[in-house]
Design a protein around this ligand. Structure first.
Ligand SMILES: Nc1nc2c(c(=O)[nH]1)N[C@H]1C(S)=C(S)[C@@H](COP(=O)(O)OP(=O)(O)OC[C@H]3O[C@@H](n4cnc5c(=O)[nH]c(N)nc54)[C@H](O)[C@@H]3O)O[C@H]1N2
Ligand SMILES: Nc1nc2c(c(=O)[nH]1)N[C@H]1C(S)=C(S)[C@@H](COP(=O)(O)OP(=O)(O)OC[C@H]3O[C@@H](n4cnc5c(=O)[nH]c(N)nc54)[C@H](O)[C@@H]3O)O[C@H]1N2
Ligand code: SF4
Ligand SMILES: [Mo]
Length: 688
C-alpha cells in the first residue's frame, strides 16, 4: 500500500500546517486544500502555502512503514519491532548513563496534545531535556519579554493591531512570512492612515508598504534603538505619567543614554541620523504605536539584548497595555506558541512555571503521580553541541535539525556520534539519514488536536483524510512510547486527544477552563479567565503579567557580532521567501510551489557583485570558516551593500553549512543573521 491509496478525503475545518498566523483551511476536492472562513482568516483568505498544503498529504514520498537500521541500511519493520527497538535502546542508554543522556526534540509543527505527551514522557523518565525549535526562533524575545513583562507572547491581538496608528516592524518581513496578517490586518491599518516604519537591511514587500525605511547593518540594532530612545528623551516625547506609574529604572536608563550620541549611533548602525529622528518621532507621537518583531532581532548572539532595547521604546512612550500598541513577536510555525505554552521547554513546566519552583512541580506531580526533575534541562542548541559527549540519544519529533541547526556539518557529525536516534516524521528528511529507527507519523490532514497561533488563540484541528499505508497518528505513536518507556503506564492511557487536552488544562494555568466544546469552530485565547467567553485580548493593562504594576527600563549596551568581518568579507544573513517553509521538507514536495520558486539564491548588491566580477544568475561560491556552498547570485539593489542574503529552504545549497556556533548567552539562540563570508566566482576560487 502506498500513500496514494483511497484516503477518503473530506472537508473538515482545520488549521494550516505552516505559519503561526493560523488560517483555517480544509480539503477542497481535486487533491487540493482551500481557505475557509475562520477566526483569523475571516473571509477564508490564504497564501500559496495554505493552498498547496494538501500536495504533501498524498505525496508518493510519504513514509508509510516504520524503518529500522540493520547493518547500516534501513529495512521496513512491523510497528512492534520498531517500537521495541526504541524502548530497548533508550532504556539501556538511560540505565547506563542516566536519563539526562537523552534529548527530546518536540515539534512546533505538531499539536498541543502531542507536545504535551512528549514532554510528559521526558519528565516522567526523569529529565527536563526537552525543547522545540522556538529555541531557534523567538527564544530570545521570550526571554527578554518574560523578564520585563512576565509573559513572552504577543501583547496584543491582530484585531486591535488593525486599529493602530503606527507599526514599527523590525527584523521581520510579514508580507512574505505572515502574509494573511499583513494583508488582512496591517495593510488595512496602513490604508486607514497608520504609518509603517520598517527596519531591515533589505527592501522587501514589507518595505514597499513603508513610509520610513532604516536599512540597519545586521547586528547593529542596539545602536539604532538606543539612538531612537535618545531622540525620545531629547525631544521630550516621553509619556511621563506612564513612566511614573508603570515603570522603574528611569534614572538608570537616562544616565546610560547620556553617553549615546545620535549621530555616531546612527553612523555605527549604518543609517541616516535624520531618518532615525523621524522614525523615533513618528513612533513616539502616535496615539497608538505597535512594535512587530521578528528573526532579524531575535537570531543574534545579542538577540535578548536587542529585544531589551526594543522594549525600552514601548515603555518610554506608554505603548503597552492598550489596544493598537504593545510588543508583538510574530510566531513561526502553526504551533510554536503552543509548544512553549504546554511546557516543551527545558526550564519550564506547562504554563511557563519554572522547573525550579517546588509548588509548580507539586501541581504536576498531583496529576502525573511523579514529580518532574528540578534542574533545568539542556536546550536543543546546547544539546547538539554535546552529541556523543553528555548526550547519547535523541528523540526527534517533527523537526529537521540536520538542516535547520547552525553549523550543519558539525551537527550532522554530532548525530553520527549518538548511540541511538529515533525520528518521527512524514518524509525521509536529512535528519532521518542519521536515525536508527524512523516512525511514520501523521500529517496535518490526518490528525485531531489543538494548536495555538501567534495571537494566543487555541484552535482545533480536524482530520481531512485517512492515514497512508501503515503510518500512525503522532499522538498514538507518542502515547504508545510513553506506555512502553514509563513504569506508570496508565499515565499514557488516554481516550484520544480531547482527554489529553483536559489533562493539560488542569496542569497549565494559562489554559485552565478551556475545552474542545468551548473552542468549537472558533477559538479560546490565553490567559483564559473563568468569566470570559474567549479569553484575554490585550495583556498588561492594569498590571503586567508578572503580577507587578511596573516593568523595568533596562540600560542596554551593544556587543559586537560573534563572527567578525575582516578584509573583503561580506555579512551573510539568512531567512525566508513566501513560497517555501523552513527546511523545505514539505514545500519542496509541492509542484505548485516549486513552479512558483524553484531554488535558493544569494541576494547581492550590484557594487559587491561588480567588485567580484559576478553577474546576475552566475553561480558563486560562498565560504565561511565552517564551510562552503555553491549558489546562484541574484544581483539586486534591494539589499544593503556589504550584506548578502540567502534562504535556507533547500538541501543544496545547505545554507547552515555556513552559519556558526555562537549562541546568545541568555536564550541560547543561534546567530543565524550574521556570518562573515567570502563570495567569489568559481573561476576566482580555482585561481587561488
Ligand atoms: N513563507 C514563509 N513563512 C514563514 C516561514 C517560512 O519559512 N516561509 N517560517 C515561519 C517561521 S518558523 C518563522 S520564525 C517566521 C519568521 O519570520 P521573519 O522574522 O519575518 O523571517 P526572516 O526572513 O528570517 O527574517 C526577517 C527579516 O529580518 C531581516 N534581518 C536580518 N538580520 C537583521 C538584523 O540584524 N536587523 C534587522 N533589523 N533585520 C534583520 C532580514 O533581512 C529579513 O527580511 O516565519 C514563519 N513564516
Ligand atoms: N540559516 C537559518 N537557519 C534557520 C533559521 C534561519 O532564519 N536561518 N530559522 C530557524 C527557525 S526560526 C526555525 S523555527 C527552524 C525550523 O526548523 P525545523 O522545525 O527543523 O524546520 P521544519 O522544516 O519546519 O521541520 C519540520 C519537520 O517536521 C516534519 N513535520 C511536519 N509536520 C509534521 C507532522 O504533523 N508530524 C510529524 N511527525 N512531522 C511533521 C517535516 O517533515 C519536517 O521534517 O529553523 C531555524 N533555522
Ligand atoms: S498565512 Fe500562514 S497560516 Fe495562512 S495560509 Fe499562509 S502559511 Fe498558512
Ligand atoms: Mo521559527
Amino acid at each position: 500500500m502506498g500513500a496514494n491509496q483511497d484516503r477518503n478525503p473530506r472537508a473538515e475545518q482545520t488549521v494550516c500546517p505552516y505559519c503561526g498566523v493560523g488560517c483555517t483551511i480544509q480539503y477542497a476536492g481535486n487533491g487540493k486544500a482551500t481557505g475557509t472562513a475562520g477566526p483569523v482568516n475571516t473571509k477564508g483568505e490564504i497564501c500559496p502555502k495554505g493552498g498547496a498544503a494538501y500536495d504533501v498529504v498524498e505525496h508518493e514520498d510519504r513514509l508509510t512503514e516504520p524503518l529500522v537500521r540493520e547493518n547500516g541500511r534501513f529495512a521496513t519493520a512491523p510497528w512492534e519491532t520498531a517500537l521495541s527497538r526504541v524502548t530497548d535502546r533508550l532504556t539501556e542508554i538511560i540505565d547506563q548513563h542516566g536519563s539526562d543522556a537523552v534529548e527530546f526534540f518536540a515539534s512546533s509543527n505538531c499539536t498541543n496534545e502531542e507536545n504535551y505527551v512528549l514532554q510528559k514522557i521526558a519528565r516522567m523518565l526523569g529529565t527536563n531535556n526537552v525543547d522545540n525549535c522556538a529555541r531557534l526562533c523567538h527564544s530570545s524575545t521570550v526571554a527578554a519579554m518574560s523578564e520585563r513583562f512576565g509573559a513572552g507572547a504577543m501583547t496584543n491581538t491582530l484585531d486591535d493591531l488593525a486599529e493602530t496608528d503606527c507599526l514599527l516592524v523590525t527584523g521581520a518581513n510579514p508580507a512574505e512570512q505572515h502574509p494573511v496578517i499583513f494583508r488582512s490586518y496591517f495593510v488595512p491599518a496602513i490604508r486607514n492612515g497608520a504609518t509603517l516604519i520598517h527596519i531591515d537591511q533589505r527592501e522587501t514587500d514589507t518595505t514597499n508598504a513603508a513610509d520610513i525605511h532604516l536599512d540597519v547593518r545586521p547586528g547593529y540594532d542596539i545602536q539604532l534603538l538606543n539612538s531612537m530612545a535618545k531622540v525620545i528623551l531629547d525631544e521630550e516625547l516621553v509619556d511621563e505619567s506612564f513612566v511614573e506609574e508603570r515603570t522603574t529604572g528611569y534614572a538608570d536608563l537616562t544616565a546610560h543614554l547620556d553617553d549615546v550620541d545620535i549621530g555616531s549611533g546612527a553612523d555605527v548602525a549604518g543609517v541616516d541620523p535624520e531618518t532615525v529622528q523621524e522614525a523615533a518621532r513618528t513612533y513616539a507621537e502616535a496615539d497608538r504605536a505597535a512594535i512587530i518583531t521578528g528573526m532579524g532581532m531575535s537570531q543574534h548572539a545579542c538577540g535578548t539584548d536587542n529585544v531589551h532595547a526594543l522594549l525600552n521604546l514601548a515603555l518610554l512612550t506608554g505603548n503597552v497595555g492598550r489596544p493598537g500598541t504593545g510588543v508583538n513577536p510574530l510566531r513561526g510555525q502553526n504551533n510554536v506558541q503552543g509548544a512553549g505554552d504546554i511546557g516543551a521547554l527545558p526550564s519550564v513546566l506547562p504554563g511557563y512555571e519554572p522547573v525550579t519552583d517546588p509548588d509548580a512541580r507539586q501541581r504536576v506531580a498531583d496529576e502525573w503521580g511523579v514529580e518532574p526533575p528540578s534542574e533545568p534541562g539542556l536546550t536543543e542548541t546546547t544539546a547538539t553541541h554535546q552529541f556523543g559527549d553528555e548526550i547519547k540519544a535523541a528523540v526527534v519529533f517533527g523537526e529537521n535539525p540536520a538542516v535547520t541547526e547552525p553549523n550543519a556539518t558539525s551537527v550532522g557529525a554530532g548525530f553520527d556520534e549518538l548511540d541511538f536516534c529515533v525520528v518521527i516524521d512524514l518524509f525521509e528528511t536529512a535528519t532521518v539519514d542519521h536515525a536508527d529507527v524512523v516512525l511514520p507519523g501523521s500529517s496535518w490532514a490526518e490528525k485531531a488536536g489543538t494548536v495555538t497561533n501567534t495571537d494566543r488563540r487555541v484552535m482545533r484541528m480536524r482530520p481531512n483524510a485517512d492515514l497512508p499505508g501503515n503510518a500512525r497518528r503522532d499522538l498514538d505513536i507518542l502515547t504508545d512510547l510513553g506506555q512502553r518507556l514509563v513504569d506508570q503506564s496508565d499515565a499514557f492511557d488516554y481516550d484520544g486527544p480531547e482527554a489529553v487536552f483536559e489533562e493539560l488544562t488542569r496542569v497549565n494555568p494559562l489554559y485552565a477552563g478551556m475545552s474542545y466544546d468551548g473552542i468549537g469552530d472558533s477559538f479560546q485565547r490565553w490567559p483564559f479567565p473563568a468569566d470570559a467567553d474567549s479569553g484575554t485580548d490585550v495583556l498588561h493593562t492594569e498590571t503586567f503579567a508578572s503580577g507587578e504594576q511596573t516593568a523595568s527600563l533596562a540600560p542596554v549596551s551593544p556587543t559586537p557580532p560573534a563572527d567578525a568581518v575582516t578584509g573583503e568579507q561580506l555579512v551573510l544573513t539568512t531567512g525566508r521567501v513566501l513560497q517555501h517553509f523552513n527546511s523545505g521538507a514539505l514545500t519542496r514536495r509541492s509542484e505548485t510551489l516549486m513552479r512558483m520558486r524553484g531554488e535558493d539564491v544569494l541576494e547581492i548588491h550590484p557594487d559587491d557583485a561588480a567588485a567580484r566580477g559576478i553577474e546576475d544568475g552566475d553561480t558563486v561560491v560562498v565560504e565561511s570558516e565552517r564551510g562552503s556552498v555553491t549558489v546562484s547570485a541574484a544581483v539586486t539593489a534591494t539589499i544593503r551593500p556589504g550584506v548578502v542574503f540567502c534562504t535556507f529552504h533547500y538541501l543544496d545549497p545547505l545554507a547552515n553549512a555556513l552559519t556558526g556556533d555562537a549562541l546568545d548567552p541568555v536564550a541560547e539562540i543561534p546567530e543565524y543573521k550574521h556570518s562573515a563570508v567570502e563570495v567569489r566566482t568559481p573561476a576566482a576560487t580555482t585561481q587561488e
